[in-house]
Design a protein around this ligand. Sequence first.
Ligand code: ZN
Length: 263
Amino acid sequence: MLRWSINLFRVFGIQLAVHVSFFLLLAYYGYDGWKDGGFGGLSWSIALIVLFFVCVVLHELGHSLTARRFGVRVPRILLLPIGGMAEFDRIPKKPSEELLITAAGPAVNFALVILLLPLCWRTLLSGNEVAEFSSANLIAQLWLGNLLMGTFNLLPVFPMDGGRIFRALLAIKLPYLRATYWAATVGRILALIFAAVAAFYFNRQITCVLFLFIFWAGDAEYKHTLRRDEEERYWAEMSRRMKVAEAAGGDSATPPLLNPGSN
Ligand code: ZN
């Protein structure tokens, strides 16, 4: 599904790509703007979505450029209607590194909130007096968008940023796999609670679906971590046996562990 994407251009050597479903989002908001404000409404809505996604890219660059400092390769940033996804070749297991990489994303949003505030505080205070499709309202909406993006991502729901920060904090004391297990478990419970609250209390079906997707993603990432951990232990055990065999002067005829999945 993630293959349905179009490469745009490179930023800091990282390929920026957009998933085709993103254009459905543009069409949806464009039509919404057109209905309420004709051509002006249409261009205002498209401009807001594009600027909002520029902020999403900046958020992902926050993660990516910090990750690169720790030697992680970042081949691509993919934009989806639900947000951005920086693709790392690996996730550092050192809690301090994961903490910094993860916190850098929301930190970009909060920096934008501070930078945009002088341009929009009057609009924010004046409430409904500002024209809907004005540039003043555009900046105010962008300010609000960054505040929400920063805060929403910090919810401790794994694998969202807040959940990853929670995992990194747990990993200071616990083994990495246990830390992932607990972060994913707490995340899944919270994702279900948030999904129910969004659907039944706020009547926000899209937010509900988003949390169900996060529930699934948390589960998938835990299983992926589990598999990788088993593989690593398998190869560590293999190399230990080889060394033992070599030290014993044997011809390394030690039978290999045939099932990497078992302990
Ligand atoms: Zn993030």
